[in-house]
Design a protein around this ligand. Sequence first.
Ligand SMILES: CC(C)(COP(=O)(O)OP(=O)(O)OC[C@H]1O[C@@H](n2cnc3c(N)ncnc32)[C@H](O)[C@@H]1OP(=O)(O)O)[C@@H](O)C(=O)NCCC(=O)NCCS
Length: 177
Amino acid sequence: MGDVNGGDLVIRSCREEDLAVLEQVSPSPGTSQFHLRRYERQLAGEVIYLTAWLEGSPVGNLCLILGGPDNPQARDGLPAGPEINAFDVIPSHRDRGMGSALIAEAERRARDLGHAATVLGVEVNNHAAHRLYERLGYQDWPHGWMRGSYTWTDDSGREHEQEEVVVWMDKRLVVEN
Ligand SMILES: CC(C)(COP(=O)(O)OP(=O)(O)OC[C@H]1O[C@@H](n2cnc3c(N)ncnc32)[C@H](O)[C@@H]1OP(=O)(O)O)[C@@H](O)C(=O)NCCC(=O)NCCS
């Protein structure tokens, strides 16, 4: 993988032996074990869970959900294609191109699987992420904001639903011959 701002960045699918260090460096809330959940979905063939490594330490992750958004309303308003989800770079390593490299690798994987688009939802107040997506060629869909939610589990095992308001974006992938 390419050189990002002086370091040798490796981007690859998550492996079982990565899970402990991923959870240590980017802890999930409560007992959610998000890295394990995404890895299990990868084993089931539903996602590709990309992880970014610099000098052997994890610096970011991105989950490519191959079937597109779970929400049928979102799916109906977007071109068919995998969803970029769980996209995160650790705070100390942001603004060095690692997020862009993760997105590029996700798009390459999507293209290799024959998909013509990738899609994503971004919280309406996350202006930094929205600007980055626009820079990388993503466009807002024409349907405005949409309510969504995700669940997390606290230390006592109780599930919580976290609401969010997102705008969906998409990018048509150029198929290389
Ligand atoms: C969104 C996020 C994943 C982006 O990761 P990142 O590694 O900072 O992304 P990049 O470095 O590729 O791009 C960020 C900015 O740095 C700039 N940049 C890229 N390489 C650079 C470099 N070598 N030197 C200086 N700036 C650089 C980019 O052009 C971009 O600028 P922009 O914000 O004006 O578009 C990261 O900010 C993050 O984890 N945020 C919290 C979680 C989040 O919001 N996730 C998205 C949910 S939808």
